[in-house]
Design a protein around this ligand. Structure first.
Ligand code: GRF
Length: 177
């Protein structure tokens, strides 16, 4: 079963839902976000784990991992999740945590990948699905697809379209393992 971690809009969560993947739980580090509404509409149990309710990040991450495992999760997907994960979470799902990132990693890690690609003046950026480790978008790459920068007016839309196709594909394959 899949657990999805979110922080915001949840369009990648929606792509996973629409692909009919077996999602058992959605965890968010923020309340009131659209991703939680999407989970609710799909009838998927969702919970908020706000950092400021815990003594530290380790304690919060342990709580998230406990809840996911209670719900039978054995594959974790970060879909727009904006916090780094501590070893207390990573060690609970070895080689079973993946993230989707809007660049061709290792180029442009971090929260501003699309803006950084635009500022750097590269001709293409892209989408990466990768395993998650302690670093900021540093885990082993599973799949990548380039996206040309031009036309810029539609860049974000085209990146999202690739994410929404690539992520469910990779997750489907990992589910079969
Ligand atoms: C996506 O672009 C993803 O690559 C990045 O954050 C964005 C999240 O979008 N990590 P959404 O919440 O899935 O709509």
């Amino acid at each position: 079963m899949i657990g999805v971690l979110v922080s915001g809009d949840g369009s990648n969560l929606q792509a996973l839902i629409d692909a009919g993947l077996p999602i058992a739980a959605v965890a968010s580090n923020r309340g009131g976000v659209r991703a939680l509404e999407r989970a609710e509409s799909a009838g998927i149990p969702a919970r908020v784990f706000e950092l400021d309710r815990y003594s530290d990040r380790d304690a919060r991450d342990r709580d998230v991992a406990d809840w996911l495992q209670l719900r039978g999760v054995d594959l974790v997907v970060l879909a727009g999740y904006m916090h780094l994960l501590t070893p207390s979470f990573l060690d609970r799902f070895p080689d079973r945590i993946v993230n989707v990132h809007p660049s061709l990693l290792p180029a442009f890690p971090g929260a501003h990948a699309v803006d950084d690609a635009l500022s750097a003046g590269v001709e293409e950026t892209g989408v990466t699905v990768h395993y998650v480790d302690e670093g900021l978008d540093t885990g082993a790459v599973i799949r990548q697809e380039p996206v040309p920068l031009e036309p810029r007016a539609t860049l974000l839309e085209r990146i999202h379209a690739v994410e929404h196709r690539l992520l469910p594909q990779v997750v489907q394959e990992l589910c079969a393992r």
